[in-house]
Design a binder for this molecule. Structure first.
Ligand code: ADP
Ligand code: MG
Length: 890
């Protein structure tokens, strides 16, 4: 293949250049028709070669679409400047190539007049900086790798043309000299997110179909493992070191370089005979899409955490392979360099196989001998695979190496025809999901364990608590039960007791009970009686003492009584005597009384004794009274008026009456309160005899003007009127009328006397018709009229006679001619007195008294009265005119 490639390539290159030269354009796009022309071949290659990767993608490992994007292998040519030796040795010769970088063309001189022109994707002159080389050759690939595509940067060329210079310069002394490896790593590290992305690498050397681990030289025969399902190749035996920063990367490169050098020394070979392969694995988590999926699943109503935990994250696992190939110059099979033929074959195998494969791919051959060498197996994805591949072919300027240079150029030209289908190396990160699920599972198991433990503890706690409660409740129940039992037992005992009592009560008959009660009450009663007896006994003793005392007093009283009775007997006999004396006196007085000297006697009063008692001589009427005063004393006599004994009272009042008949006694009697006592008898005594005698005594006392005032003052008129109205005996009326008649003779008392009903009382008494009574009444009226007349003649202004007012006139007229001389005389006088006053004249006329006056003036036996009547008739104009009218003449 190597020779074929070299020769065929040169020819084809020149032919192509010639054939296609006109079609070629200086612009990069100019290559496109050519590239598109080979696209069908590339597409075929793709179809063939992608049968490996595709099933792998279709196996569910890929998260992205399987449809790749067509991407041709890009090839740049770099010319090394002349080195010192060449500057000397080739000083006289021109370079074998001429570069037209702006046209991306390279002219390869065949001789001084002929050259072949080749177009490349980039033409880098000897003056191109490392930076520019990186940017043109590697940067697009690096960027592609960071986006998730596999990428390959490979240097192909004769030993000493600058492959290692281009790829592997560390730039320790001059940062501008840093090669593609260093710069690529710088860009990668700058782009990744350390928290989610990881960069790891393996550094290998392929020599004589043996893969050696440059990071672990002991590991010198690493097997290529091909996934039978996906066709992906991997080196599980290689050391993979994670790169965190540039420094550690540089260190790794140094280590790898040192090991390479050491290994080559050990194997007695040159580094130019081995291929150095740096494999950088970029693993990046895809942000956003997974989260979006989570939110979408949440919207669908699923548990976000659950879905989040079950949905695997998406990861992009891309790989950048930087291959520093062994020198492309042919190895002398003769073993001039100390290699055996087998060695030489083996050394060249990989490179020649690569050439064959490139040729096959470029020509869209049906068969691409990928499996012929380890290199082609390792670079399976880089050519005709899914990687973005950039190839830099390095050439020297020396015309002495024109052949090798031509061969290199032709290799590059063929490589430019290789079409890849780049694909995103994106897949679900099941491992990470699995890890996460493992962690979650562990958590859940731990949580479950914790909860179970908590549950068990809780159950144990509740059980313990319940047991305690049960014990407590049992204890409480037992106590309560005991209490209840006690209570009911007590109640039972009480009930029994009550029943027994009831039974006992029931047994005792009601009769028995009654007897008991009766006996009890009888006992109580007897006790009471006993007490009372004691009490009464005490009382009796007291009373007996009292009785003895009283008896003694009684005896004293009795002896006194006897004494008094003797005294009374004496007094009675004396009284009898006195009464008789009084009668005698009255009789003698009665015969000599006149019109102005009325003296009421006690004749009738003593009438019953008059027959039985012999009339004594009246020569010493005062002797018995004086004797009585001397013997008894006025006070004593007056006190007897209030005696309990009715007889004593009667005798006493009679004695007083007889005493009062004596003018000399009257003053003493009144002074001793006799008048008051007599008036009292009128008021209080129920015995008419007493009242009659008392009235007589009052009548005697009433002869005195002073006494008249006293009688009036003590309501005597009223008492006398009462006595008169209650009287049954005419003598009583006679006494009363006599008393009032005496009062009528007092000028000053007239109005009051009349006011207290004196006149009415007098007139009231006339109906008894007794001449003695009538005589007293007539005397009173005459007295009254005389006083009125006297007042009138004295010039006092007086109105009509009160007698007329009280209706006395008709009685006067009726009795003016009474047959009893005393009556007739008093009335005649009264009528004359009345007529003397002119104001009474009309009434005299109207009552018919005029005729009586006329009769008196004519017929009266007493001359003085006859004259008085005549004077009266002649002096009164009214009477005169009436008489004239009636033609009466006196
Ligand atoms: P290769 O790896 O292809 O065998 P190297 O990279 O070892 O070649 O280069 C060989 C020599 O050439 C080294 O000394 C290197 O410094 C030098 N060299 C290569 N390319 C350049 C360049 N573009 N500019 C300057 N010196 C270079
Ligand atoms: Mg090298």
């Amino acid at each position: 293949m190597a020779s074929g490639a070299r020769n065929g390539g040169a020819r084809a290159g020149s032919k192509m250049d010639r054939q296609q030269g006109p079609a070629a354009t200086p612009k990069p796009a100019a290559g496109k028709p050519r590239l598109s022309a080979s696209a069908s071949a590339g597409g075929a290659a793709y179809r063939r070669t992608s049968s490996g990767p595709l099933p792998a993608a279709g196996g569910g490992g890929r998260a992205s679409s399987d449809s790749g994007v067509s991407s041709r292998v890009r090839v740049a040519v770099r010319l090394r400047p002349r080195n010192a030796e060449e500057q000397v040795a080739d000083a006289d010769f021109a370079d074998c190539v001429e570069l037209q970088p702006e046209l991306k063309r390279l002219k390869l001189r065949k001789n001084n007049w002929e050259s072949d022109t080749f177009e490349f994707d980039e033409v880098l002159t000897e003056f191109s900086s490392q930076k520019r080389v990186y940017e043109v050759v590697a940067k697009p690939v690096v960027e592609s790798v960071l986006e998730g595509y596999n990428g390959t940067v490979m240097a192909y060329g004769q030993t000493g043309t600058g492959k290692t210079f281009t790829l592997g310069r560390l730039g320790d002394e001059d940062t501008a000299a840093r090669g593609i490896m260093v710069r690529a790593m710088e860009d990668i590290l700058a782009d990744i997110t350390p928290e989610t992305d990881t960069i790891s690498l393996s550094y290998l050397q392929l020599y004589m179909e043996m893969i050696q681990d440059l990071l672990d030289p002991v590991n010198d025969n690493i097997a290529i493992v091909e996934d039978p399902r996906t066709g992906d190749v991997s080196l599980p035996g290689a050391t993979v070191v994670e790169v965190r920063d540039q420094k550690s990367f540089m260190d790794l490169l140094r280590i790898g370089e040192a090991h390479r050098a050491a290994a080559n020394t050990k194997m007695n070979t040159e580094s130019s005979r081995s291929h150095a392969i740096l494999m950088v694995n970029v693993r990046r988590a895809v942000k956003g899409r997974n989260e979006m999926d989570v939110s979408m699943s949440a919207e669908n109503g699923h548990s976000s955490s659950m879905m989040g935990s079950l949905r695997p994250p998406i990861v992009r696992k891309s790989k950048l392979v930087v291959v520093d190939l062994a020198g492309s110059e042919r190895i002398d099979k003769s073993g001039s360099e100390g290699h055996t033929l087998e060695e030489a074959k083996s050394i060249n195998l990989s490179l020649s196989s690569l050439g064959k494969c490139i040729n096959a791919l470029a020509e869209s051959s049906a068969h691409v001998p990928v499996r012929d060498s380890k290199l082609t197996r390792l670079l399976k994805d880089s050519f005709g695979g899914t990687a973005r591949t950039s190839l830099v072919v390095t050439i020297g300027p020396s015309p002495r190496h024109r052949g090798e240079t031509t061969s290199t150029i032709m290799f590059g030209q063929r490589a430019m025809k290789v079409q890849n289908m780049v694909k995103l190396k994106e897949e679900f990160d099941y491992k990470s999901l699995c890890r996460r699920l493992d962690i979650e599972l562990d958590k859940l198991i731990a949580e479950n364990e914790r909860q179970r433990k908590y549950f068990d503890d809780e159950v144990e706690r509740i059980t313990t608590e319940a047991q305690c409660r049960v014990v407590e409740v049992e204890r409480e129940c037992k106590i309560a039960l005991e209490n209840e039992k006690m209570k009911y037992h007590q109640e039972y005992l009480d009930s029994i007791k009550i029943l027994e009592e009831k039974w006992k009560v029931h047994q005792q008959s009601p009769k028995k009970e009654n007897e008991k009660m009766l006996r009890q009450s009888a006992e109580d009663e007897s006790n009471d009686l006993r007490n009372q007896l004691l009490h009464w006994k005490k009382m009796e003793a007291t009373a007996t003492a009292e009785v003895v005392k009283l008896r003694r007093m009684l005896d004293t009283e009795a002896s006194q009584k006897d004494k008094f009775e003797e005294e009374i007997a004496v007094l009675k006999s004396q009284l009898m005597q006195l009464s008789l004396d009084a009668d005698e006196t009255r009789m003698s007085l009665d015969t000599g009384d006149g019109p102005g000297k009325i003296f009421p006697g006690l004749d009738s009063l003593m009438s019953h004794t008059r027959s039985s008692q012999p009339r004594e001589q009246s020569n010493g009427p005062k002797a018995p009274v004086a004797k009585l005063f001397e013997q008894v004393g006025l006070q004593k006599i007056l006190s007897l008026l209030e005696s309990e004994e009715p007889d004593v009272r009667v005798h006493a009042v009679k004695v007083v009456a007889n005493l009062a008949a004596e003018e000399a006694n009257q003053e003493k009697i009144v002074e001793a309160g006799g008048l008051t006592s007599l008036l009292m008898l009128l008021r209080s005594s129920e015995d008419e005899t007493i009242r009659r005698v008392a009235a007589g005594a009052i009548a005697n006392l009433a002869m005195n003007e002073t006494n008249q005032d006293l009688i009036m003052a003590q309501g005597g008129v009223t008492l006398l009127s009462m006595t008169a109205s209650d009287a049954e005996d005419p003598q009583t009326l006679r006494m009363v009328a006599g008393a009032i008649a005496n009062l009528c003779g007092n000028d000053k008392l007239q109005a009051r006397l009349r006011g207290e009903g004196g006149i009415k009382a007098l007139l009231g008494m006339v109906k008894c018709g007794h001449p003695d009574v009538l005589a007293q009444v007539a005397r009173g009226i005459a007295n009254f009229a005389k006083c009125e007349s006297r007042a009138a003649t004295q010039g006092n202004k007086v109105g009509r006679s009160l007698l007329v007012d009280d209706g006395a006139l008709p009685w006067i007229v009726k009795n003016a001619n009474n047959e009893a001389a005393p009556i007739r005389r008093h009335i005649e006088l009264a009528l004359c007195h009345l007529a003397q006053h002119e104001v009474n004249a009309k009434d005299i006329v109207s009552e018919g008294a005029l005729w009586e006056l006329v009769r008196i003036s004519r017929d009266c036996s007493r001359e003085d009265i006859r004259m008085l009547a005549y004077r009266t008739l002649t002096s009164s104009p009214t009477l005169q005119s009436e008489m004239r009218r009636l033609r009466i003449e006196c």
